[in-house]
Design a protein around this ligand. Sequence first.
Ligand code: ADP
Length: 301
Amino acid sequence: MKIAILSRQPSLYSTQRLKEAGEERGNEMHVIDYLRCYMNITAHNPKVIYQGKALEGYDAIIPRIGASKTFYGTAVVRQFEVMGVFSANESQAISRSRDKLRCLQILSQKGIGLPVTGFAHSAKDIDGLIESVGGAPLVIKLLEGTQGIGVVLAETHQAAKSVIEAFRGLDANILVQEFIKEAGGMDIRCFVVGDRVIASMKRQGAPGEFRSNIHRGGSAAKIKLTPEERSTALRAAKAMGLRVAGVDLLRSNHGPVVMEVNSSPGLEGVEAATEVDVAGKIIDYLEKNASPGKTRDRIKY
Ligand code: ADP
């Protein structure tokens, strides 16, 4: 197969591993910087042009679109879809997953376990908002945050109110969430490919830290999922329309709850912690499933 990895950084671990795994299996692998792609949108012969040449003959693409480049990146993915090229994740699904509120709303519609979550636009509604998630302690999250930055634990009603007021004063979009204390600073990353969880790891926050992000000093190790966790992860990925997904769960007293579904989950941490050849599993999946024009979304674009 001829496969394009849409990535801005050829030297990134995930990009390298996907390229390697593809080549090991005899595929032709190209890393393409999607921000350098340009397109012509025509009725008959839509094209993606890269370094002056039209990209042709691809069987599949693996999008690795950075969060800050979602708008242009998904337009490039969509152009490949218009051309009938199979994408490991479709443009629509990537866009959906990038909006945390939309993501939670879709999951709730499917009856998937979630931390009780609230959001509001006006700073006048703060008391009601805090009450709606069961009061303090609670977690406040910046919608645009990643790697745990902008995720704050407020222990008291007053602290929650001050933080929400501060964020709203900066015109930042936030959500507030029930604090899952019993998770004990641990979350679980389930790596979904197709209809299987192919690897799972737990991430434990540094002592005294409720956030388990590795970037915040957390550590990762392999973990065996319960059947309920496994099915929750699969249902969450499916609800989002993602074929390749990193589903983050917390173990709560009321079962597994989904925090986030990521459409470009990193490979480095999970391969190191679990020793699973995640890149190889993604390539295997493409080899089995990539057929032209096969899309899952009913409204494709
Ligand atoms: P980011 O996307 O920036 O990593 P997350 O929403 O994943 O932000 O939160 C970062 C970490 O904080 C999570 O990995 C988890 O360990 C912890 N956390 C997030 N939400 C909650 C919550 N509602 N209850 C308990 N811990 C949480």
